[in-house]
Design a binder for this molecule. Structure first.
Ligand code: 5AD
Length: 427
C-alpha cells in the first residue's frame, strides 16, 4: 500500500511503544506486531506498528525519504519569495505568484523544494502511496502529435492483452505482491467494448480486494458508468494542457478540449477518484500555461498526474526537444513543489516520464520536492518494451518499495479505504 518512514523503538510498555522518528518521539500501538524489543526498527501507519524491519533496510528507506540537503536559510531570500511562501499556507496562490515560483533559480529554487518537502511531511507524514500500472494494450485510435502510440505510427508493434491475462496479472499483483491500487491503462482501444472493460473490472474485484483506476481515454459517460458499477474506483485521464490553442495544435484530429473537461465532469459526477494533469515542456508551452495547468489540475484532481514531455520516435514532435534533460527535470520538480504548496492534501505521484528524464535520483528528488506517491510498472515483460508512449522508458528494481510499501496483512485495505474516502471528499 504505502511506504512509511521507519522508526526505532526507544521504550516499551505492554502494547505501547515510544518510537523515535526523525528526531521526534511518538507513541504507537504494537499489539499487531508481537515480540518487539527496544532497539528494533519498525514501520508504522496511523499509530500502529505494522512490521519489524532490519536496521539495514531501515537505513535504506530513511535515505530515500529523508531530506539530506543543506537547509536553506530562507531569511536571506527575496521579500517577494518569502511573501509567496507565507501566503501559500493561508490562501490560494494566484497565477502571477505561481509563475514566480516556476521561474525560481538557485537558492530560491532549492528553498521552494524544501518548503514543499516540509509541507508534504507535515500534512501527509511519510505516507507514500504506491500504485501499480498494467498497460494492457498499445493500440490507439487517437493521433496526439506527441505520443508514440498515435494511430498513424505504423512503426511500432501493437499488442493487446487478452481479458483473462489482464485479470490474471492484476490478481497476481494483489495476491503475491500486496498491491492495493492498480491502474489499468491502454491507448484508446475500442477493441475492448464497454462490456469487456466492465467484465475485467468485475472479475478482478470478485477475486481480490483492490482499488482499480481506469486509464482508457475518452469513452462515453455510459461506459464510465458501467465501469463504476463493475467496481472501478478511479480514473487517470489527463487534460494534457490547459491552453486551448495549444491543445488544438497538438490534437489536430480526434481529441477535443471541451470534451476533455466534459469527460472529467461526468467522471466526477459518477463519483470517481480523479487523477488528471498535464504534460510539462510541450513545444510552444509558456510558464503562464504551466501555471494554468497547476490551477486547473488542483481544481479537478484528487491526484495530479503530470510529467515531462519526452519527444517520441516516429511522431511529428520527434525532433522537438528544445531544452536539456536537467532543465526539464528542474522545471518538473518546480511544478510538483509549487502544486504541493498550493494543495497540501493532494496526491502527487512521481511519474515514469520524470524518472526516465532524471534517472535513478529522479524519484528521490521528486519525493523530496513534494510528491507523495509512486506509479510502479507491472506490465508483463513481453509487452513492456512495446508500450512506447516515448522511448527508453525507465525501470528500476522495486524491491524496497514492494517489500516494505505493500502490506499484505488484513486490515491494510480497510485503512486505505478510509484514506481514499477522505481524499475524495476533500475536493
Ligand atoms: N512524453 C511524455 N508523456 C507522454 N504522454 C503521451 N506522449 C508522451 C510523451 N511523448 C502521456 C500523455 C497521456 C499519458 C498516457 O501519456 O499525457 O495522457
Amino acid at each position: 500500500m504505502c511506504l512509511t518512514i521507519p522508526a526505532k523503538i526507544i521504550s516499551l510498555n505492554k502494547n505501547k511503544a515510544a518510537v523515535l522518528n526523525g528526531g521526534i518521539v511518538k507513541e504507537v500501538n504494537v499489539f499487531l506486531t508481537p515480540g518487539l524489543k527496544i532497539g528494533d526498527w519498525i514501520l508504522y501507519v496511523s499509530d500502529f506498528a505494522l512490521r519489524k524491519i532490519s536496521g539495514k533496510d531501515a537505513k535504506e528507506i530513511i535515505e530515500l525519504l529523508e531530506d539530506s540537503r543543506k537547509k536553506i536559510n530562507i531569511s536571506n531570500l527575496s521579500v517577494k519569495f518569502k511573501n509567496i511562501i507565507a501566503a501559500s499556507s493561508v490562501r490560494q496562490l494566484g497565477r502571477a505568484e505561481i509563475v514566480y515560483l516556476l521561474n525560481t533559480k538557485g537558492q530560491e529554487k532549492e528553498a521552494l523544494f524544501s518548503e514543499a518537502n516540509i509541507a508534504r511531511k507535515s500534512y501527509l507524514s511519510d505516507f507514500i502511496c504506491i500504485h501499480g500500472i498494467i498497460e494492457f494494450s498499445n493500440f490507439c485510435g487517437q493521433d496526439c502529435l506527441y505520443c508514440g502510440l498515435r494511430n498513424q505510427n505504423r512503426k511500432i508493434k501493437r499488442y493487446r492483452m487478452p481479458v483473462r491475462e489482464i485479470v490474471q496479472k492484476a490478481k497476481e499483483a494483489v495476491e503475491k505482491k500486496g498491491y492495493k491500487i492498480l491502474v489499468l491503462q491502454s491507448g484508446e482501444d475500442y477493441f475492448y467494448t464497454d462490456e469487456m472493460l466492465a467484465e475485467i473490472i468485475g472479475a478482478i474485484k470478485k477475486s481480490c480486494r483492490v482499488f482499480i483506476f481506469m486509464s482508457v481515454g475518452e469513452r462515453s459517460r455510459d461506459c464510465y458508468k458501467k465501469m463504476k458499477q463493475a467496481g472501478a474506483s478511479g480514473v487517470l485521464f489527463r487534460f494534457e494542457t490547459a491552453n486551448q490553442k495549444l491543445f488544438k495544435k497538438l490534437h489536430p484530429r480526434g481529441k477535443n478540449f471541451k470534451n476533455r473537461f466534459e469527460s472529467l465532469k461526468f467522471m466526477k459526477e459518477l463519483g470517481y477518484f480523479i487523477a488528471t494533469g498535464s504534460l510539462i515542456g510541450l513545444p510552444g508551452q509558456t510558464t503562464k500555461d504551466l501555471a494554468d495547468d497547476i490551477l486547473t489540475a488542483q481544481k479537478w484532481a484528487n491526484m495530479v498526474s503530470m510529467g515531462p514531455f519526452i519527444p517520441a520516435k516516429n511522431t511529428p514532435l520527434e525532433k522537438r526537444s528544445q531544452t536539456s534533460n536537467s532543465k526539464k527535470t528542474e522545471l518538473n520538480l518546480k511544478m510538483i513543489a509549487t502544486l504541493r504548496l498550493l494543495r497540501k492534501d493532494i496526491r502527487i505521484p512521481v511519474v515514469t516520464a520524470l524518472e526516465t528524464l532524471a534517472g535513478a535520483s529522479g524519484r528521490k528528488r521528486a519525493l523530496q520536492s513534494g510528491a507523495n506517491a509512486l506509479m510502479l510498472n507491472l506490465t508483463p515483460n513481453k509487452y513492456r518494451q512495446l508500450y512506447k508512449i516515448y522511448d527508453n522508458k525507465f525501470y528500476q528494481k522495486e524491491n524496497i518499495w514492494e517489500n516494505y510499501g505493500l502490506f499484505k496483512r488484513q486490515g491494510s485495505y480497510a485503512m486505505l479505504e478510509e484514506r481514499m474516502k477522505k481524499e475524495l471528499t476533500r475536493n
